[in-house]
Structures are given as structure tokens and as C-alpha cells.
Ligand binder design. Structure first.
Ligand SMILES: [Fe+2]
Ligand SMILES: [Fe+2]
Length: 160
């Protein structure tokens, strides 16, 4: 078997990133005045709620399965894992605030659109940085694991 743990993690991140890309494109459409914010609100809110739920799930699975496995294999990576966990909290913080704002309805969504843009910009930057850091850490880790450990890592990632 030749299961690649990195490809597995990136597959999950691509799925999450697709939704982030939709939100970014829609915000750009409003900023270019192609769409009114109140018309964007229903699909933006629906996608945001789905993204929030999938992020919470993804992060919880990483913290329950992936991170303890990494620390058990390579205890020297504990500090790096701590930064990834802090990044989870930052990303969850901004996605929760965006969801709260979006759920106030189309009028508030429209009135507070600038606030949404600012929250999204921070979310987008933190999410992108986090996904890259995590892939890099996993790449470093995978190089140091033997065949059996790589398979174990692949199984953990498959369950994320
Ligand atoms: Fe993560
Ligand atoms: Fe992740």
C-alpha cells in the first residue's frame, strides 16, 4: 500500500477552502457593487454556517486524533502543535463572530457589511496560514516516520 498522509490532509483542506473561496468571491462581488449585500445574505449565511460546522468538526478531530499521535511519535513537535491549536481558536473565533452577524438577517447584514468584510479578512488570513503550517508540519513529520507509522497516520487522517 502506498497511502500518502499529506495528500489525505490536503484533500480535506481543499474541501474547506472551496467554501472559503466562495465567501471571498461573493464579498468581492458586493464590493464591486455587482450584488446588493441583502441579496447575497441568504446563500452567504447558509454557506458560512456549513463552513463553521465543518471547521469545528475538522479541528476537533485533529485535536482528538492527529495531534496526540504526532506528539506521541515526536515529542519535540509539542510546541508547534500548541501553535496549531491556538490558530484553531483564532479561526473559530472569527468564524463564530461572522456567523453571529450573518444570523441577524439581511438588514443588519447590509448595514454591518464593512464589519463582515473586516472579520472575513482576518478569518481568511488566519485560515490560509493555518492550513499551510499544518501541511508543512505534516510533511516534516511524514519524512521521519517508518512505513507502519505512515499507514497509522493515514488512517487517522482518513477519519478526520
Ligand atoms: Fe488544523
Ligand atoms: Fe486541518
Amino acid at each position: 500500500m502506498n497511502h500518502d498522509p499529506i495528500k489525505r490532509l490536503e484533500h480535506d483542506h481543499v474541501h474547506l477552502s472551496d467554501q472559503v473561496n466562495h465567501l471571498r468571491d461573493w464579498i468581492q462581488q458586493v464590493l464591486r457593487e455587482e450584488v446588493a449585500p441583502e441579496h447575497l445574505e441568504p446563500k452567504f449565511t447558509a454557506t458560512l454556517i456549513q463552513l463553521r460546522d465543518e471547521l469545528f468538526h475538522h479541528f476537533a478531530r485533529e485535536e482528538e486524533g492527529l495531534f496526540p499521535f504526532i506528539i506521541a511519535q515526536l515529542p519535540s513537535l509539542a510546541e508547534a502543535i500548541g501553535s496549531l491549536e491556538s490558530a484553531h481558536d483564532r479561526v473559530c473565533g472569527s468564524v463564530s463572530r461572522m456567523t453571529y452577524l450573518a444570523q441577524q438577517g439581511p438588514v443588519v447584514f447590509s448595514e454591518q457589511f464593512e464589519q463582515m468584510v473586516a472579520l472575513f479578512a482576518r478569518f481568511d488570513a488566519n485560515y490560509g496560514k493555518h492550513a499551510r503550517s499544518e501541511s508543512e508540519l505534516l510533511r516534516t513529520l511524514a519524512e521521519q516516520l517508518n512505513h507502519q507509522q505512515r499507514e497509522e497516520l493515514y488512517q487517522i487522517l482518513q477519519e478526520l
